[in-house]
Design a protein around this ligand. Sequence first.
Ligand code: TRP
Ligand code: ZN
Length: 502
Amino acid sequence: MRLRKPVLGVIVVVVVGLGGLVLTAGTTAAQGGLLGARYTPGAPGAGDAYFPYAGNGGYDVQHYDLALTYTPPAAAPAPIVGRLSGVATIDLVATQDLNSFNLDLRGMDVQAVKVNGQGVREATPPAPGDVPAGPGYWQIQDDDARVWELTIQPRPKLKQGQTARVVVTYGGDTVRPEDIEGALYGWVTTRDGAMVVGEPEGSMTWYPVSDHQTDKATYSFDITVPEGKVAVANGLPRGDPVTAGGWTTWSWDAPDEQASYLTTASVGDYDLRFSQTTRGLPVIDAVDDNLTPANAAATEAGLALQADMIAFLEDTFVPYPFNSYGSIVDDDSVGYALETQNRPVYSRAAREFTVVHELAHQWFGNAVSPQRWQDIWLNEGWATYVEWLWSEATGGDSAQDNFDGIMAIPAEDEFWDLAIADPGPLGLFEGAIYDRGAATLHALRTRVGDDAFFAATRVWLTRYDDSTATTENLQSIFEEVSGQDLGSFFDVWVHTPTKPTI
Ligand code: TRP
Ligand code: ZN
Protein backbone atom coordinates (compact mmCIF):
# COMPACT_ATOMS: atom_id res chain seq x y z
CA MET A 1 0.00 0.00 0.00
CA ARG A 2 1.07 3.45 -1.00
CA LEU A 3 1.26 5.09 2.41
CA ARG A 4 3.15 2.68 4.60
CA LYS A 5 6.71 2.78 3.32
CA PRO A 6 7.26 6.54 3.30
CA VAL A 7 5.69 6.72 6.76
CA LEU A 8 8.22 4.34 8.23
CA GLY A 9 11.04 6.24 6.53
CA VAL A 10 9.93 9.46 8.12
CA ILE A 11 9.71 7.99 11.59
CA VAL A 12 13.24 6.57 11.37
CA VAL A 13 14.61 9.97 10.38
CA VAL A 14 12.85 11.66 13.26
CA VAL A 15 14.04 9.14 15.83
CA VAL A 16 17.63 9.41 14.61
CA GLY A 17 17.26 13.16 14.97
CA LEU A 18 16.27 12.73 18.60
CA GLY A 19 19.49 11.21 19.92
CA GLY A 20 21.74 13.78 18.34
CA LEU A 21 19.76 16.87 19.03
CA VAL A 22 17.66 17.02 22.10
CA LEU A 23 18.23 16.00 25.66
CA THR A 24 15.63 13.37 26.30
CA ALA A 25 13.67 13.59 29.49
CA GLY A 26 14.71 10.01 30.28
CA THR A 27 18.47 10.64 30.20
CA THR A 28 18.39 13.78 32.20
CA ALA A 29 15.92 12.34 34.71
CA ALA A 30 18.50 9.63 35.48
CA GLN A 31 21.21 12.25 35.92
CA GLY A 32 18.91 14.23 38.18
CA GLY A 33 18.33 11.07 40.18
CA LEU A 34 22.07 10.58 40.75
CA LEU A 35 22.28 14.08 42.14
CA GLY A 36 19.19 13.49 44.22
CA ALA A 37 17.37 16.32 42.41
CA ARG A 38 13.70 16.16 41.60
CA TYR A 39 13.89 18.89 39.00
CA THR A 40 14.07 17.44 35.49
CA PRO A 41 13.64 18.82 31.96
CA GLY A 42 10.12 18.81 30.54
CA ALA A 43 9.72 16.42 27.61
CA PRO A 44 10.37 17.92 24.15
CA GLY A 45 7.10 16.43 22.82
CA ALA A 46 3.55 15.76 24.00
CA GLY A 47 3.93 12.06 23.24
CA ASP A 48 2.19 11.95 19.87
CA ALA A 49 3.55 9.04 17.82
CA TYR A 50 3.06 10.92 14.52
CA PHE A 51 4.73 14.20 15.56
CA PRO A 52 7.11 13.34 18.41
CA TYR A 53 8.29 16.94 18.89
CA ALA A 54 4.89 18.62 18.70
CA GLY A 55 3.77 19.94 22.06
CA ASN A 56 5.85 19.61 25.20
CA GLY A 57 5.77 17.99 28.61
CA GLY A 58 6.06 19.34 32.12
CA TYR A 59 3.61 22.21 32.00
CA ASP A 60 0.11 23.23 31.01
CA VAL A 61 -0.47 26.52 29.18
CA GLN A 62 -3.41 28.60 30.39
CA HIS A 63 -3.21 31.61 28.07
CA TYR A 64 -1.25 33.01 25.13
CA ASP A 65 -1.18 36.77 24.61
CA LEU A 66 0.34 37.49 21.20
CA ALA A 67 1.47 41.00 20.26
CA LEU A 68 2.52 40.79 16.61
CA THR A 69 3.75 43.29 14.06
CA TYR A 70 3.66 42.14 10.45
CA THR A 71 4.94 43.66 7.25
CA PRO A 72 3.58 41.84 4.18
CA PRO A 73 5.79 41.37 1.10
CA ALA A 74 6.45 44.27 -1.25
CA ALA A 75 4.78 44.26 -4.67
CA ALA A 76 5.93 41.83 -7.37
CA PRO A 77 8.63 41.08 -8.44
CA ALA A 78 9.81 41.23 -4.80
CA PRO A 79 9.93 37.73 -3.25
CA ILE A 80 6.90 36.55 -1.25
CA VAL A 81 8.62 37.05 2.09
CA GLY A 82 7.11 39.03 4.96
CA ARG A 83 8.50 40.22 8.23
CA LEU A 84 7.02 39.24 11.59
CA SER A 85 8.04 40.35 15.04
CA GLY A 86 6.27 39.30 18.18
CA VAL A 87 6.08 39.32 21.92
CA ALA A 88 4.38 36.19 23.23
CA THR A 89 3.28 36.30 26.86
CA ILE A 90 2.52 32.75 27.94
CA ASP A 91 0.91 31.90 31.27
CA LEU A 92 1.54 28.32 32.26
CA VAL A 93 1.43 25.98 35.26
CA ALA A 94 4.30 23.54 35.87
CA THR A 95 3.03 19.96 36.08
CA GLN A 96 6.35 18.63 37.40
CA ASP A 97 9.39 20.11 39.10
CA LEU A 98 11.07 21.65 36.06
CA ASN A 99 14.76 22.20 35.49
CA SER A 100 13.97 23.40 31.96
CA PHE A 101 11.08 23.27 29.53
CA ASN A 102 10.55 23.60 25.79
CA LEU A 103 8.31 25.55 23.47
CA ASP A 104 7.95 24.76 19.77
CA LEU A 105 9.14 27.53 17.44
CA ARG A 106 10.06 27.15 13.78
CA GLY A 107 11.89 29.60 11.55
CA MET A 108 11.77 32.48 14.03
CA ASP A 109 14.71 33.85 15.97
CA VAL A 110 14.34 34.49 19.71
CA GLN A 111 15.75 37.78 20.94
CA ALA A 112 14.78 37.77 24.62
CA VAL A 113 13.17 35.54 27.22
CA LYS A 114 11.82 36.38 30.64
CA VAL A 115 10.34 33.99 33.18
CA ASN A 116 8.38 35.60 36.00
CA GLY A 117 10.05 38.92 35.21
CA GLN A 118 13.55 37.44 35.35
CA GLY A 119 15.63 37.75 32.18
CA VAL A 120 17.08 34.49 30.82
CA ARG A 121 20.15 34.86 28.56
CA GLU A 122 20.84 33.12 25.30
CA ALA A 123 23.17 30.11 25.71
CA THR A 124 24.90 27.74 23.28
CA PRO A 125 22.86 24.55 22.79
CA PRO A 126 24.50 21.95 25.05
CA ALA A 127 26.19 18.87 23.59
CA PRO A 128 24.03 15.71 23.74
CA GLY A 129 23.96 14.41 27.30
CA ASP A 130 25.22 17.65 28.82
CA VAL A 131 23.05 19.51 31.29
CA PRO A 132 24.22 23.10 31.64
CA ALA A 133 24.05 24.35 35.20
CA GLY A 134 22.88 27.93 35.01
CA PRO A 135 19.98 29.73 33.41
CA GLY A 136 19.78 30.06 29.63
CA TYR A 137 17.71 29.58 26.53
CA TRP A 138 18.66 28.02 23.20
CA GLN A 139 17.00 27.01 19.94
CA ILE A 140 17.24 23.92 17.77
CA GLN A 141 16.14 24.37 14.15
CA ASP A 142 16.59 21.13 12.23
CA ASP A 143 14.46 21.30 9.09
CA ASP A 144 15.60 17.87 7.83
CA ALA A 145 14.62 16.08 11.03
CA ARG A 146 11.62 18.43 11.50
CA VAL A 147 12.74 19.32 15.03
CA TRP A 148 12.12 22.90 16.08
CA GLU A 149 12.52 23.57 19.79
CA LEU A 150 13.15 26.50 22.07
CA THR A 151 14.51 25.32 25.43
CA ILE A 152 14.22 27.63 28.41
CA GLN A 153 16.12 26.86 31.59
CA PRO A 154 14.93 29.41 34.17
CA ARG A 155 16.43 30.18 37.53
CA PRO A 156 14.94 29.79 40.00
CA LYS A 157 13.60 26.45 38.72
CA LEU A 158 9.87 25.94 38.50
CA LYS A 159 8.17 23.84 41.13
CA GLN A 160 5.25 21.55 40.31
CA GLY A 161 1.99 23.50 40.55
CA GLN A 162 3.74 26.85 40.23
CA THR A 163 2.43 29.35 37.69
CA ALA A 164 4.89 31.13 35.45
CA ARG A 165 4.61 34.01 33.03
CA VAL A 166 6.99 33.41 30.13
CA VAL A 167 7.64 36.34 27.80
CA VAL A 168 9.37 35.55 24.51
CA THR A 169 10.44 38.33 22.14
CA TYR A 170 11.09 36.96 18.67
CA GLY A 171 10.92 37.64 14.95
CA GLY A 172 11.98 36.66 11.49
CA ASP A 173 11.22 36.56 7.82
CA THR A 174 8.00 34.75 7.01
CA VAL A 175 7.93 32.30 4.14
CA ARG A 176 5.53 29.60 2.96
CA PRO A 177 6.13 26.65 5.31
CA GLU A 178 5.12 23.10 4.42
CA ASP A 179 3.65 20.29 6.50
CA ILE A 180 5.10 16.77 6.59
CA GLU A 181 3.47 15.89 3.27
CA GLY A 182 4.44 19.13 1.53
CA ALA A 183 1.14 21.06 1.81
CA LEU A 184 1.38 24.76 2.68
CA TYR A 185 0.51 25.50 6.30
CA GLY A 186 1.38 27.69 9.26
CA TRP A 187 2.03 31.38 8.58
CA VAL A 188 1.65 31.18 4.80
CA THR A 189 2.94 34.48 3.42
CA THR A 190 0.79 35.82 0.59
CA ARG A 191 1.37 38.80 -1.66
CA ASP A 192 -1.30 40.78 0.22
CA GLY A 193 -0.74 39.45 3.74
CA ALA A 194 -0.81 35.95 5.25
CA MET A 195 -3.19 32.99 5.36
CA VAL A 196 -2.64 31.32 8.71
CA VAL A 197 -3.69 27.66 9.01
CA GLY A 198 -1.74 25.48 11.45
CA GLU A 199 -2.95 21.89 11.16
CA PRO A 200 -1.38 19.67 12.38
CA GLU A 201 1.68 21.38 13.97
CA GLY A 202 2.19 24.60 11.99
CA SER A 203 1.35 27.17 14.64
CA MET A 204 4.97 26.99 15.75
CA THR A 205 5.83 28.88 12.52
CA TRP A 206 4.43 32.10 14.02
CA TYR A 207 4.55 31.94 17.82
CA PRO A 208 6.26 29.93 20.53
CA VAL A 209 3.73 27.29 21.51
CA SER A 210 3.16 23.89 22.98
CA ASP A 211 1.90 22.79 19.59
CA HIS A 212 -0.39 19.88 20.44
CA GLN A 213 -4.13 19.82 21.04
CA THR A 214 -3.78 18.09 24.42
CA ASP A 215 -2.73 21.49 25.79
CA LYS A 216 -5.65 23.80 24.96
CA ALA A 217 -5.51 27.42 26.10
CA THR A 218 -7.24 30.78 25.70
CA TYR A 219 -5.79 33.52 23.49
CA SER A 220 -5.62 37.26 23.03
CA PHE A 221 -4.10 39.04 20.03
CA ASP A 222 -2.87 42.52 19.13
CA ILE A 223 -1.84 42.43 15.48
CA THR A 224 -0.24 45.52 14.00
CA VAL A 225 -0.20 45.78 10.21
CA PRO A 226 0.31 48.57 7.67
CA GLU A 227 -2.69 50.91 7.57
CA GLY A 228 -5.23 49.59 5.07
CA LYS A 229 -4.57 45.91 5.87
CA VAL A 230 -6.99 43.93 8.05
CA ALA A 231 -5.86 41.30 10.60
CA VAL A 232 -8.44 38.73 11.69
CA ALA A 233 -7.92 36.24 14.50
CA ASN A 234 -10.11 33.92 16.57
CA GLY A 235 -12.92 35.15 18.78
CA LEU A 236 -14.29 38.67 19.06
CA PRO A 237 -12.69 42.07 18.48
CA ARG A 238 -11.52 43.87 21.61
CA GLY A 239 -12.54 47.41 20.67
CA ASP A 240 -12.07 49.15 17.34
CA PRO A 241 -8.79 48.98 15.44
CA VAL A 242 -6.35 51.72 16.40
CA THR A 243 -4.35 53.53 13.70
CA ALA A 244 -1.25 55.63 14.35
CA GLY A 245 1.71 56.57 12.18
CA GLY A 246 0.64 54.44 9.24
CA TRP A 247 0.06 51.24 11.26
CA THR A 248 -3.21 49.72 12.46
CA THR A 249 -3.53 47.42 15.47
CA TRP A 250 -6.33 44.85 15.39
CA SER A 251 -7.14 43.29 18.79
CA TRP A 252 -9.03 40.03 19.28
CA ASP A 253 -10.00 37.95 22.31
CA ALA A 254 -10.60 34.21 22.14
CA PRO A 255 -11.79 33.24 25.62
CA ASP A 256 -12.90 29.71 24.67
CA GLU A 257 -10.01 27.27 25.11
CA GLN A 258 -8.62 26.15 21.80
CA ALA A 259 -6.15 23.70 20.34
CA SER A 260 -2.98 25.31 18.96
CA TYR A 261 -3.62 24.13 15.37
CA LEU A 262 -6.85 26.15 15.38
CA THR A 263 -5.32 29.58 15.93
CA THR A 264 -5.29 32.07 13.08
CA ALA A 265 -4.21 35.68 12.60
CA SER A 266 -4.77 36.08 8.88
CA VAL A 267 -3.85 39.37 7.24
CA GLY A 268 -5.20 40.69 3.96
CA ASP A 269 -7.37 43.12 2.04
CA TYR A 270 -10.55 42.00 3.73
CA ASP A 271 -14.00 43.46 3.73
CA LEU A 272 -15.29 42.89 7.30
CA ARG A 273 -18.98 42.13 7.87
CA PHE A 274 -20.69 41.94 11.25
CA SER A 275 -24.02 40.17 11.71
CA GLN A 276 -25.69 37.75 14.09
CA THR A 277 -27.78 34.62 13.99
CA THR A 278 -31.45 34.75 15.01
CA ARG A 279 -30.32 33.23 18.31
CA GLY A 280 -27.90 36.14 18.87
CA LEU A 281 -24.52 34.58 18.07
CA PRO A 282 -22.15 37.22 16.63
CA VAL A 283 -20.93 36.35 13.12
CA ILE A 284 -17.89 38.14 11.69
CA ASP A 285 -16.90 37.42 8.11
CA ALA A 286 -13.76 38.72 6.40
CA VAL A 287 -13.87 38.43 2.61
CA ASP A 288 -10.93 39.30 0.39
CA ASP A 289 -11.65 42.18 -2.00
CA ASN A 290 -9.91 40.41 -4.84
CA LEU A 291 -11.85 37.16 -5.27
CA THR A 292 -12.74 36.36 -8.88
CA PRO A 293 -16.38 37.16 -9.71
CA ALA A 294 -17.27 33.44 -9.80
CA ASN A 295 -15.54 32.76 -6.45
CA ALA A 296 -17.12 35.86 -4.94
CA ALA A 297 -20.59 34.70 -6.03
CA ALA A 298 -20.07 31.17 -4.65
CA THR A 299 -18.74 32.69 -1.42
CA GLU A 300 -21.71 35.03 -0.97
CA ALA A 301 -24.08 32.10 -1.48
CA GLY A 302 -22.12 29.88 0.93
CA LEU A 303 -21.74 32.46 3.71
CA ALA A 304 -25.41 33.46 3.48
CA LEU A 305 -26.28 29.94 4.71
CA GLN A 306 -24.09 30.03 7.84
CA ALA A 307 -26.85 31.05 10.29
CA ASP A 308 -29.19 28.33 8.98
CA MET A 309 -26.40 25.77 9.16
CA ILE A 310 -25.63 26.71 12.77
CA ALA A 311 -29.32 26.27 13.66
CA PHE A 312 -29.35 22.90 11.85
CA LEU A 313 -26.30 21.65 13.75
CA GLU A 314 -27.62 22.92 17.08
CA ASP A 315 -30.95 21.19 16.50
CA THR A 316 -29.27 17.96 15.43
CA PHE A 317 -26.58 17.84 18.14
CA VAL A 318 -25.89 20.37 20.94
CA PRO A 319 -25.66 24.19 21.11
CA TYR A 320 -22.84 25.91 19.22
CA PRO A 321 -19.83 25.60 21.56
CA PHE A 322 -18.13 29.02 21.31
CA ASN A 323 -18.75 32.77 21.64
CA SER A 324 -18.82 33.77 17.97
CA TYR A 325 -18.52 32.52 14.41
CA GLY A 326 -17.62 33.77 10.94
CA SER A 327 -15.32 33.02 8.00
CA ILE A 328 -12.13 34.38 6.49
CA VAL A 329 -12.02 34.00 2.72
CA ASP A 330 -8.59 34.70 1.27
CA ASP A 331 -7.48 35.06 -2.33
CA ASP A 332 -4.44 32.78 -2.22
CA SER A 333 -3.00 29.49 -3.47
CA VAL A 334 -3.07 27.43 -0.28
CA GLY A 335 -5.74 25.21 -1.81
CA TYR A 336 -7.70 24.02 1.22
CA ALA A 337 -9.82 25.41 4.02
CA LEU A 338 -9.20 24.99 7.75
CA GLU A 339 -11.69 25.03 10.60
CA THR A 340 -9.73 27.54 12.73
CA GLN A 341 -11.71 28.07 15.93
CA ASN A 342 -14.74 30.35 15.59
CA ARG A 343 -13.45 31.54 12.25
CA PRO A 344 -12.54 29.06 9.48
CA VAL A 345 -10.16 30.18 6.76
CA TYR A 346 -11.03 29.41 3.11
CA SER A 347 -8.77 29.46 0.10
CA ARG A 348 -10.26 31.40 -2.85
CA ALA A 349 -13.93 30.55 -2.19
CA ALA A 350 -16.23 29.43 0.63
CA ARG A 351 -18.64 27.06 -1.10
CA GLU A 352 -21.77 25.67 0.55
CA PHE A 353 -20.51 22.18 1.35
CA THR A 354 -17.09 23.40 2.49
CA VAL A 355 -18.86 25.93 4.72
CA VAL A 356 -21.00 23.27 6.40
CA HIS A 357 -17.91 21.03 6.71
CA GLU A 358 -15.79 23.67 8.49
CA LEU A 359 -18.77 24.65 10.64
CA ALA A 360 -19.29 21.02 11.68
CA HIS A 361 -15.67 20.94 12.85
CA GLN A 362 -16.50 23.55 15.51
CA TRP A 363 -18.26 20.70 17.33
CA PHE A 364 -16.33 17.76 15.86
CA GLY A 365 -12.62 18.57 16.13
CA ASN A 366 -12.59 21.93 17.90
CA ALA A 367 -14.79 21.51 20.98
CA VAL A 368 -13.85 17.80 21.05
CA SER A 369 -10.39 17.38 19.53
CA PRO A 370 -8.55 14.21 18.51
CA GLN A 371 -6.33 13.18 21.39
CA ARG A 372 -3.69 11.78 19.04
CA TRP A 373 -3.20 12.62 15.36
CA GLN A 374 -4.00 9.01 14.55
CA ASP A 375 -7.60 9.86 15.57
CA ILE A 376 -7.96 12.40 12.72
CA TRP A 377 -10.86 10.42 11.21
CA LEU A 378 -12.94 11.60 14.19
CA ASN A 379 -12.56 15.13 12.77
CA GLU A 380 -12.94 14.44 9.07
CA GLY A 381 -15.40 11.55 9.24
CA TRP A 382 -17.83 13.61 11.32
CA ALA A 383 -17.41 16.77 9.26
CA THR A 384 -18.07 14.78 6.08
CA TYR A 385 -21.04 13.03 7.66
CA VAL A 386 -22.52 16.43 8.53
CA GLU A 387 -22.18 17.34 4.83
CA TRP A 388 -24.28 14.25 4.08
CA LEU A 389 -26.87 15.24 6.70
CA TRP A 390 -27.02 18.81 5.34
CA SER A 391 -27.48 17.50 1.80
CA GLU A 392 -30.39 15.36 2.92
CA ALA A 393 -31.94 18.19 4.98
CA THR A 394 -31.80 20.57 2.02
CA GLY A 395 -33.34 18.25 -0.54
CA GLY A 396 -30.15 16.80 -2.05
CA ASP A 397 -28.81 13.24 -1.88
CA SER A 398 -29.63 11.45 1.37
CA ALA A 399 -27.01 10.17 3.79
CA GLN A 400 -27.95 6.67 2.60
CA ASP A 401 -27.34 7.72 -1.04
CA ASN A 402 -23.89 9.01 -0.10
CA PHE A 403 -23.17 5.84 1.89
CA ASP A 404 -24.24 3.70 -1.08
CA GLY A 405 -21.93 5.73 -3.29
CA ILE A 406 -18.95 4.94 -1.06
CA MET A 407 -19.91 1.27 -0.78
CA ALA A 408 -20.00 1.08 -4.58
CA ILE A 409 -16.21 1.50 -4.61
CA PRO A 410 -14.85 -2.00 -5.48
CA ALA A 411 -13.10 -3.95 -2.71
CA GLU A 412 -9.90 -4.05 -4.81
CA ASP A 413 -9.70 -0.25 -4.97
CA GLU A 414 -6.82 1.18 -2.94
CA PHE A 415 -9.39 3.48 -1.28
CA TRP A 416 -10.10 0.63 1.17
CA ASP A 417 -6.44 -0.07 1.86
CA LEU A 418 -6.27 2.16 4.93
CA ALA A 419 -7.00 1.52 8.61
CA ILE A 420 -8.51 4.96 9.17
CA ALA A 421 -7.90 4.93 12.94
CA ASP A 422 -4.12 4.78 12.33
CA PRO A 423 -3.38 6.22 8.87
CA GLY A 424 0.21 7.32 9.55
CA PRO A 425 1.42 10.93 9.48
CA LEU A 426 1.34 11.04 5.67
CA GLY A 427 -2.22 9.68 5.56
CA LEU A 428 -3.95 12.30 7.72
CA PHE A 429 -5.86 13.84 4.81
CA GLU A 430 -6.35 10.82 2.53
CA GLY A 431 -9.79 10.61 0.93
CA ALA A 432 -10.68 7.57 3.02
CA ILE A 433 -10.23 9.54 6.26
CA TYR A 434 -13.16 11.67 5.09
CA ASP A 435 -15.36 9.28 3.12
CA ARG A 436 -14.75 5.96 4.84
CA GLY A 437 -14.93 7.93 8.09
CA ALA A 438 -18.39 9.23 7.19
CA ALA A 439 -19.46 5.80 5.94
CA THR A 440 -18.34 4.32 9.28
CA LEU A 441 -20.59 6.74 11.14
CA HIS A 442 -23.52 5.96 8.85
CA ALA A 443 -22.98 2.23 9.32
CA LEU A 444 -22.82 2.81 13.07
CA ARG A 445 -26.11 4.70 12.91
CA THR A 446 -27.71 1.84 10.98
CA ARG A 447 -26.31 -0.66 13.51
CA VAL A 448 -27.48 1.07 16.74
CA GLY A 449 -30.54 2.93 15.42
CA ASP A 450 -31.23 6.66 15.13
CA ASP A 451 -32.15 7.24 18.79
CA ALA A 452 -28.99 5.65 20.21
CA PHE A 453 -26.83 7.23 17.47
CA PHE A 454 -27.86 10.82 18.13
CA ALA A 455 -28.02 10.31 21.92
CA ALA A 456 -24.49 8.86 21.93
CA THR A 457 -23.24 11.72 19.77
CA ARG A 458 -24.61 14.22 22.27
CA VAL A 459 -22.86 12.34 25.09
CA TRP A 460 -19.61 12.50 23.07
CA LEU A 461 -19.96 16.26 22.54
CA THR A 462 -20.83 16.87 26.19
CA ARG A 463 -18.41 14.55 27.94
CA TYR A 464 -15.34 15.66 25.99
CA ASP A 465 -16.28 19.32 25.45
CA ASP A 466 -13.17 21.59 25.63
CA SER A 467 -11.05 18.47 25.71
CA THR A 468 -9.68 15.66 23.56
CA ALA A 469 -10.80 12.08 23.01
CA THR A 470 -9.82 8.90 21.17
CA THR A 471 -11.45 6.38 18.85
CA GLU A 472 -11.70 4.03 21.86
CA ASN A 473 -13.59 6.72 23.80
CA LEU A 474 -16.09 7.00 20.93
CA GLN A 475 -16.57 3.24 20.83
CA SER A 476 -17.15 3.16 24.61
CA ILE A 477 -19.85 5.82 24.47
CA PHE A 478 -21.70 4.07 21.65
CA GLU A 479 -21.47 0.77 23.57
CA GLU A 480 -22.73 2.44 26.76
CA VAL A 481 -25.66 4.12 25.06
CA SER A 482 -26.66 1.25 22.75
CA GLY A 483 -25.91 -1.59 25.15
CA GLN A 484 -24.18 -3.41 22.28
CA ASP A 485 -20.66 -4.82 22.01
CA LEU A 486 -19.19 -2.89 19.09
CA GLY A 487 -15.72 -4.45 19.20
CA SER A 488 -15.95 -6.27 15.89
CA PHE A 489 -17.76 -3.33 14.25
CA PHE A 490 -14.88 -0.96 15.05
CA ASP A 491 -12.29 -3.60 14.12
CA VAL A 492 -13.75 -3.97 10.67
CA TRP A 493 -14.57 -0.33 9.97
CA VAL A 494 -11.64 1.62 11.39
CA HIS A 495 -8.82 -0.78 12.30
CA THR A 496 -8.68 -3.07 9.24
CA PRO A 497 -7.39 -1.95 5.81
CA THR A 498 -9.99 -3.81 3.77
CA LYS A 499 -13.53 -3.07 2.63
CA PRO A 500 -16.08 -3.82 5.36
CA THR A 501 -18.71 -6.37 4.39
CA ILE A 502 -21.14 -5.53 7.19
N1 TRP B 1 -8.58 21.73 6.31
C1 TRP B 1 -8.87 20.41 5.85
C2 TRP B 1 -10.29 20.03 6.23
O1 TRP B 1 -11.06 20.80 6.78
C3 TRP B 1 -7.84 19.49 6.39
C4 TRP B 1 -6.42 19.79 6.00
C5 TRP B 1 -5.44 20.32 6.78
C6 TRP B 1 -5.81 19.46 4.76
N2 TRP B 1 -4.27 20.34 6.10
C7 TRP B 1 -4.44 19.83 4.87
C8 TRP B 1 -6.26 18.91 3.56
C9 TRP B 1 -3.55 19.63 3.83
C10 TRP B 1 -5.37 18.72 2.53
C11 TRP B 1 -4.02 19.08 2.64
O2 TRP B 1 -10.70 18.93 6.01
ZN1 ZN C 1 -12.22 18.81 7.60
